[in-house]
Ligand binder design. Structure first.
Ligand code: GLY
Ligand code: MN
Ligand code: MN
Length: 433
């Protein structure tokens, strides 16, 4: 992403913060996996959103209106030996040259330099409680200023969460962001199609998962969350990630897998028969979930509120479950008492962006948020009928979810996860090819 875009975001954020304030954002840290092996580094989304800088042990400080520079970066020093062993670093020089920092210092100097920088600030925008060690460091700096108050220093007296402003910005995706999300979705769609084509009875869930890892890496992406590949009864475990069973004939497999491309996520689910042909009971459940998804997608348009797609899905699913005999009673009453939750226990979607469950409030002043152009969400109704469900033997061990990624546009919505078979016929055709 172009470095000017990050500058524009910082400018917008600083305008909202106002002068005499400071924002402090630490980068993500490396995490030990075992002994001297670390997990893959993944930058904190807020940090990346504001800087594009992808190293650990870094800190952004924003100081609106400061004459010596508004954007200060602290980062790791360049080090020939360490870079030979562990990889390249930009260093403070690089932070200025390539990331448009006004000033940059090595991270070790943060504690010494911050008090002077924020000496005049009344407000500190900082999200407490995520990293206790860093919280302590920030408090230490503030106390440091307090101790100098007799010499005229003025300690900040207001701490505000940065998320309130920043996450509202992140909720609205620009054109550049949407094109990255389209790419993440496209890579994922191709992988889902490959998985449909490869799938056959006797295959291991792991082997299908491998199709995704391969396609993601090959396309310069990674996974946005660990893939779920659940055959048969495993489809009824919502966050099943063991993926270590064999796929059985005449069962279905549920795959929830999405790529992360340039920091942006896709989140896509398909459920299909392992042998390529739906049985009658599978088709009954599948088509009901599909109808619910279609009804929900129709509700994704400006002016509708966040809960409208969910309401539409719940209505279709509940009515359908009564028709099939999975639920007994009056549809309106079953909805009111949330009886549908026996088989549909999650919501119909969530915001999608840099984080798979992306940031942004779902309610404002206790009212569901209105949908506006640029918001991206998933639409993912499902039905899960574990063995033992009373009066439902015909559908035991069937779990179906259909999940797509959708951007709200000026006149409705646009599917980011285009081109992936959804109807029974489309799925059977792709699997037969
Ligand atoms: N893949 C997580 C979700 O669908 O919300
Ligand atoms: Mn999802
Ligand atoms: Mn998902």
């Amino acid at each position: 992403m172009n470095i000017k875009i990050h500058a524009q975001r910082r400018k917008q954020l600083m305008q909202m913060m106002g002068e005499n304030s400071v924002a402090i954002l630490p980068a993500a840290s490396l995490q030990i996996r075992n002994r001297d092996v670390e997990y893959d580094f993944r930058q904190d989304s807020d940090f990346r959103y504001l800087s594009g800088f992808n190293e650990p042990e870094a800190i952004i400080v924003l100081l609106p209106g400061r004459k010596q520079g508004q954007f200060v970066m602290f980062c790791r020093q360049r080090d020939k030996l360490k870079e030979t062993w562990h990889g390249r670093r930009f260093g403070p020089e690089g932070a200025i040259e390539y990331f448009a920092a006004d000033e940059a210092f090595v991270t070790e100097e943060f504690e010494e330099r911050l008090p002077a920088m924020m000496g005049h600030c009344e407000k500190v925008y900082y999200t407490m409680g995520l990293r206790p060690e860093f919280d302590n460091l920030v408090m230490k700096c503030v106390n440091n200023i307090r101790q100098q108050s007799r010499r005229g220093a003025c300690a900040p007296h207001e701490f505000v969460s940065l998320e309130y402003l920043l996450h509202d910005m992140r909720l609205f995706k620009s054109r550049a962001e949407i094109s990255l999300m389209r790419k993440a979705a496209k890579i994922s769609v191709q992988a889902h199609i490959a998985a449909m084509r490869q799938c056959k009875p006797g295959m291991a869930e792991n082997a299908l998962e491998a199709e995704f890892l391969y396609a993601f890496k090959k396309n310069g992406a990674g996974w946005a969350y660990p893939s779920i590949v659940g055959g048969g009864e495993n489809a009824c475990i919502l966050h099943y990630t063991e993926n270590n069973q064999l796929l059985q004939d005449k069962t279905m497999v549920l795959i929830d897998a999405g790529a992360e491309y340039e920091g942006y996520a896709a989140d896509i689910t398909r459920t299909f028969p392992v042998n390529g042909r739906f049985t009658a009971p599978q088709r009954e459940i599948y088509e009901l979930v599909l109808q619910a998804q279609e009804a929900a997608i129709k509700q994704v348009k400006p002016g509708n509120h966040w809960n409208d797609p969910h309401r539409a899905a719940v209505k279709v699913l509940t009515r359908g479950m009564v028709e099939l005999g999975l639920l007994k009673g009056k549809v309106t009453q079953l909805i009111k008492e949330e009886k549908y939750r026996k088989y549909f226990m999650h919501r119909t979607g969530h915001w999608l962006g840099m984080d798979v469950h992306d940031v942004g409030d779902y309610k404002v002043a206790e009212k569901w948020r209105l949908l506006e152009p640029g918001m991206v969400l998933t639409v993912e109704p499902g039905l899960y009928i574990p063995a033992g469900s009373r009066g439902a033997r015909r559908w035991w061990n069937i779990g179906v979810r259909i999940e797509d990624d959708i951007v709200v546009t000026r006149d409705g919505n646009d599917l980011l996860s285009k081109g992936l078979p959804r109807s029974c016929e489309e799925i059977e055709t792709v699997m037969a090819a």
